[in-house]
Ligand binder design. Structure first.
Ligand SMILES: [Ca+2]
Length: 156
């Protein structure tokens, strides 16, 4: 199914592919890919660009567990928080994500940091190591949503 979708200020023709179970793509001369939670439902979807074809959006409609995400805003560091490391701990262990850009050919994934929590319903701790060297503890994290986090300035 093709449709016109708006991504920020741009509009593009995309082929929507719904992945349930082990969905498949047909033969494709792909160039780049990016992951993003484009519908903000807590699972990562994947966009695949191809040579001479429409963008394919692999919408993840599978069942998933709990999740939490963070949208970082740098103040001393770069504005997008690129290079920041986020460490999250639950009763099931510790996970680390890094804010990155440009992971595939001419593509960049969602700058938000996403953590799958599985069956865990609570987050014990979250620590962000900003590129500036600032280490920030994030309190009051609620699973099931994206939380904005702004880098603190020294002395505040
Ligand atoms: Ca999604």
């Amino acid at each position: 199914m093709s449709s016109r979708q708006r991504f920020g200020r741009r509009q593009a023709t995309v082929e929507l592919v719904y992945l349930r179970g082990h969905g498949t793509l047909g033969p494709l001369l792909a160039r780049g890919s990016a992951s993003a939670d484009y519908d903000n439902d807590g699972d990562l979807d994947i966009a695949v660009s191809s040579s001479g074809g429409a963008l394919q959006l692999l919408r993840n409609d599978g069942k998933h567990g709990n999740w939490v995400g963070f949208a970082l805003v740098g103040r001393r560091s770069n504005r997008g928080g690129i290079g920041a490391r986020v460490t999250l701990e639950t009763d099931r262990g510790r996970q680390m994500r890094e804010v990155r850009a440009g992971e595939s050919y001419l593509s960049s994934s969602d700058p938000r940091v996403h953590f799958g929590l599985g069956a865990s319903t609570a987050v014990k701790s979250v620590e962000i190591r900003w590129p500036s060297g600032v280490v920030q503890k994030v309190e009051g994290v609620q699973p099931g949503r994206y939380q904005p986090v702004t880098e603190p300035l020294p002395g505040r």
